[in-house]
Design a protein around this ligand. Structure first.
Ligand code: ACM
Length: 633
């Protein structure tokens, strides 16, 4: 009987252990709580590293935990927290993987390479209480649960993109962004450095690029509707990175095992370069100015557009290739990453179509369309990039008219470009806007800061993304990214709001095993990280807790349907202009919306009696606009 009781107790304990989820993002390959008391971190704990490289990572860990705990740690060869670079490689975990074992008396992280130790440290930090994120000394029970972890990434390219042209982000902001990335095991920072609204990288041999191209006239208010710049106005809104700044940021990223992918976007998106050197475009238009976010293009849908100013490099001009040779010489020397991104997106061909030199070049080269002319341009750019010892990657438009021989493709208009490139035997990075564009709306436009976005990508949609389509050889998919365009993102806090939690979802997608997806478990982990961000002072969006309101017509009556992305929330509403709270009417099914011009439905979400999402106030008129047409029987 006694034996049976012990057995039952053991079964119960192990079930309890298994049912406790860890909150690590990205989700590790394998995680098991083990049956012993937690490791207690205290002033007597010691941190060890078996080699100089391991000690470097150990010091990073020491710095982080000293800041929050106040305990001072000196790094030595052996410690109660021990970081070990394996003498014999563990084939299962590869170059970026690690094993982590926590017992009552010791924490052991093993890896084949320093990157693996660094990622093991990130997981360890996430096992400590959230107060470990505190920028100043905090009080907490500094324990680490006993556990055993084996972990390694699904993809070798796990990226986030930041556009620093539309809004300039100072060096410290860029570092802050990179630091956040590193906590979630991202390893590529895609730095969109040039565009119509600002050239942000110093090119010493082409000083006007920053003297002129990094400055625009000051405008306030909504992006896209600003007045056009006038020649008589002083361009006072300036910002660029000196080469010293860039070296500092590259080193900062490298310490966090992040490579930087610099993007010089050509041949379109080039008002800033053309404003600096008008001879670079077909029209040689010296009136082109760096855009302050005014409207200079007509967008017709389906990817069709017209540029009202000539913001396009002239593919028939040798001056352009000389210019690009200078740019890429300096870019290649600054960035150790093997790839350079040469853009290629949204290039307007209208000025090429009307230019005699472009027409003559097309005839000479036997190019039948302007897509082939852009392909001619990209192939020449690839030669330049290769001559600097680098590989070219470009947006999926570079497929049109024929892909450059060795180019990799970043698929953004969907997955199709990536599929086509992979079938042609080219490497691909997936970043389809429908899933992973973090500039797009993540909640109801009625309550989001940007109400005019052309699309919405809610968190659950991002989380559903699968980067490897069934029909292609997966070895061509290097990995994926989430991309943040910053037309409507003026500050780093807004950048964080747009990035997180969607980049927690993509962290899982690009690191964790494909079959480990579980939406409810993800949202539970997400909430733990929100708590960490609150303590650390970082911003994020809670849009996934907001009510989602759609409309329907039932028997001629207008009904509002309310759902939420995060499960387990209660929904309360009013129709009488008062603010809903947990004593208001509880949502149990579609709400009939009475007739009346001024009728507004106000909806809020709660959990365990506490407000959870934001209140969405939605007029009858707006609900009518959202009526989902009934499917034909
Ligand atoms: C892009 O979003 N234009 C690449």
């Amino acid at each position: 009987m006694q034996k049976l009781l012990i057995l039952l107790a053991l079964v119960f304990a192990s079930t309890l252990l298994q049912s406790q989820n860890n909150s690590i993002i990205p989700q590790p390959v394998s995680f098991t709580y083990t049956r012993s008391l937690p490791f207690k971190l205290n002033a007597g704990s010691t941190i060890g590293g078996n080699t100089a490289e391991a000690q470097k990572v150990a010091r990073q860990l020491a710095d982080q935990i000293t800041r929050a705990t106040g305990y001072r740690f000196t790094v030595r060869k052996q410690g109660s927290i021990q970081l070990t670079l394996n003498k014999t490689a563990n084939a299962e975990i590869g170059d970026e993987g690690y094993t982590l074992n926590v017992t009552t008396s010791a924490v052991k992280i093993n890896a084949n390479k320093p990157a693996g130790l660094f990622y093991g440290v990130q997981s360890l930090l996430q096992l400590l209480p959230p107060e470990i994120e505190s920028p100043t000394v905090a009080t907490a029970k500094w324990t680490i649960p006993a556990c055993s972890v084996v972990d390694y990434p699904r993809f070798g390219w796990r990226g986030l993109m930041l556009d620093v042209s539309r809004h300039f982000f100072p060096k410290e902001d860029v570092k802050r962004y990179i630091d956040r990335m590193s906590r979630y095991k991202y390893n590529v920072f895609h730095w969109h450095l040039t565009d119509d609204e600002g050239w942000r990288i110093e090119i010493k041999s082409l000083p006007k690029l920053t003297q002129i191209g990094s400055c625009r006239v000051q405008r306030y208010g909504k992006w896209g509707v600003h007045d056009a710049p006038k020649k008589t106005e002083a361009p006072t809104d300036c910002g660029f990175y000196t080469q010293e700044d860039i070296k500092e940021i590259v080193a900062y990223a490298a310490e966090r095992h992040i490579q930087i992918l610099p993007e010089i976007d050509v041949p379109g998106h080039n008002s800033a370069a053309v404003a600096s050197y008008p001879e670079l475009c077909c029209t040689q238009d010296s009136t082109v100015m760096v855009s302050p976010g005014h409207k200079f293009a007509e967008w017709y849908g389906n990817g069709q557009f017209k540029m009202m100013v000539d913001n396009t490099l002239d593919p028939s001009s040798e001056k352009v290739y000389t210019f690009l040779d200078k740019v890429f010489t300096e870019v290649a020397a600054l960035f150790p990453f093997q790839y350079i991104h040469a853009g290629g997106d949204e290039c307007y061909h209208g000025y090429w179509e009307n230019d005699p030199d472009c027409q003559a070049l097309m005839q000479k080269e036997g190019l039948k369309t302007t897509h082939e002319l852009q392909s001619y341009f990209t192939k020449r750019v690839e030669k330049i990039v290769k001559s600097k010892g680098k590989k070219l990657i470009g947006w999926d438009e570079i497929l049109e008219g024929g892909l450059a021989p060795e180019a990799a493709v970043m698929s953004w208009r969907g997955l199709e470009g990536g599929i086509e490139a992979a079938k042609l035997g080219h490497f691909v990075v997936m970043s389809p806007n429908d899933y992973v564009y973090t500039d797009l709306l993540q909640g109801d436009p009625l309550v989001e800061p940007d109400q005019t976005s052309y699309k919405s990508v809610r968190l659950q949609k991002t989380y559903s993304f699968e980067p490897v389509p069934a029909e292609i050889n997966p070895t061509y998919i290097l990995g994926g990214q989430a991309n943040l365009w910053t037309e409507k993102v003026p500050t780093i806090r807004q950048a964080e709001y747009m990035t997180w939690p969607r980049a927690w979802a993509t962290a899982d997608i690009y690191w964790s095993p494909r079959d480990s997806k579980n939406w409810d478990a993800f949202t539970q982990r997400m909430e733990k990280h929100m708590e960490r961000y609150d303590i650390g002072g970082f911003n994020y969006a809670r849009s996934s807790f907001d009510p989602i309101v759609t409309g329907s017509m039932v028997n001629g009556k207008l009904m509002a349907n309310v759902t939420t992305e995060v499960n387990g929330l209660e929904i309360y509403y009013t129709l009488d202009e008062s603010i809903p709270d947990k004593y208001s009417r509880k949502y149990t099914g579609p709400i009939e919306i009475p007739d009346g011009k001024q009728v507004t439905l106000k909806v809020s979400t709660y959990r365990n009696g506490k407000p959870s999402g934001r209140m969405v106030p939605i007029s009858r008129e707006e609900i009518i606009k959202r009526v989902v047409p009934a499917k034909a029987p």
